[in-house]
Design a protein around this ligand. Structure first.
Ligand SMILES: Nc1ncnc2c1ncn2[C@@H]1O[C@H](COP(=O)(O)OP(=O)(O)OP(=O)(O)O)[C@@H](O)[C@H]1O
Length: 358
């Protein structure tokens, strides 16, 4: 089943003149946005541009000061969290909302049927999940316990959950942040299948090459306002970047600096696993003066442990840490600061964890 040109022109979601103020701050400033049937729209904007606020209004978690939300031509009552879901809008959050000890099928059905039915067997549900998995290329075993799944599989469960509730509009909040490149390709294949059969998608992302690969249209927010809207075929990652920041993005020239002496080193360092996050396993790394060292990896594979270690919030269990060629007697946040190390955390509003040892 594919959609006709006429159906493709149908507007399935219309946000009209949405304004939301928090005290003196206008987080959303008269935002209007439409999504058509069979379309993927990317919502772009720097941190704080107002994307989350806008989605919170769509899902009724916040009430807009001005403006309306229409889904399939019907205005949603403001401030009613279930209204968007009931109208066919599904959200796939960056942080999953699954019950780890339940199976995939139980998680998907949870909330759609009374609890006692869960224990009466999930025969029909399981079959429907299998059909949806096949139709959308979302491979996952309905009987697997969620705690045993990879991050990519958990995301597939979240998407299945929305589809099982008959969502015709999917909102994906930074869905590739936690995925490997292969999982990202598989997700994009799923999204293309979904729009080919008439679903519509809002894709929130900062990754411009991904937006260019998957979106039909891009809407750029800056300081709470829609500052531009482009067909993806008529723009470039460079133009989108400058629209997001509101100025030219300087061309990156290759560094001409010559690496100097080693100022910080880890030799065979291991740190304990913590709250489900993996620690480091025998990591060796050298930072030289005049050099930028990049760390590649999907989040959840030890980056947080490394960052905590460098900032003095953790000490090595095994192996050694060297600052300017010497091994500090005690490695604490104070020692790290005195060694000239500064840390800019990923999640600025979240307080830093307390040191695990010191
Ligand atoms: N509940 C709130 N109370 C006060 N200010 C808020 C609230 N929620 C958001 N803001 C402010 O509104 C502005 C827009 O924030 P919002 O979270 O919508 O941006 P965003 O584009 O989603 O950013 P990010 O990518 O970091 O999530 C920010 O300045 C933020 O500090």
């Amino acid at each position: 089943m594919s959609i006709s040109d006429k159906e493709a022109q149908e507007t399935v979601l219309r946000l009209d003149g949405i304004t939301k103020r928090f005290g003196a701050l206008t987080a959303n400033d008269s935002i209007s946005l439409t999504l058509n049937r069979g379309e993927i729209v990317a919502l772009l904007g720097e941190n704080g541009a107002g994307k989350t606020t806008l989605m919170n209004i769509l899902f009724g978690h916040y009430t807009a000061d001005e403006g309306t939300v229409e889904v399939f031509g019907k205005e949603l009552p403001p401030g009613r969290p279930r209204a968007a879901l009931a109208a066919g809008v599904g959200m796939v959050h960056q942080h999953f909302t699954l019950a780890e000890h339940l199976s995939v099928a139980e998680n998907i059905v949870l909330g759609t049927a009374p609890l006692f039915r869960l224990s009466l067997g999930l025969g029909a549900a399981r079959q429907r999940i299998r059909t949806l998995s096949e139709d959308f290329g979302l491979k996952v075993d309905p009987d697997a316990r969620v705690s045993t799944l990879s991050v990519g599989e958990k995301q597939r469960v979240e998407i299945l959950k929305a589809l099982y509730r008959n969502a015709r509009i999917l909102i994906l909040d930074e869905p590739t942040a936690v995925l490997t490149p292969q999982e990202t390709d598989a997700l994009f294949a799923t999204l293309k299948r979904a729009v080919a059969i008439g679903l519509s998608i809002v894709f929130i992302s900062h990754k411009l090459h991904e937006v260019m690969a998957v979106a039909d249209r891009c809407v750029v927010l800056r300081h709470g306002k829609v500052v531009a809207e482009r067909k993806t075929s008529a723009t470039s990652a460079r133009e989108l970047a400058s629209l997001m920041v509101g100025g030219d993005v300087p061309e990156l020239a290759p560094s001409t600096a010559k690496p100097g002496r080693t100022i910080f080193a880890l030799r065979n360092v291991s740190t304990p696993d913590r709250e489900g996050a993996p620690g480091l396993k025998r990591v060796t790394l050298e930072l030289k003066a005049g050099q930028i060292t990049g760390l590649a990896g999907v989040s959840g594979n030890g980056q947080a442990a490394l960052s905590d270690l460098v900032a003095g919030l953790a000490s090595p269990d095994q192996g050694s840490l060297h600052v300017e060629g010497t091994v500090p007697l005690r490695w604490t946040p104070e020692a790290a600061v005195s060694a000239g190390i500064a840390r800019i955390p990923e999640d600025r509003p979240r307080p830093a964890p307390l040191p695990t040892s010191a």
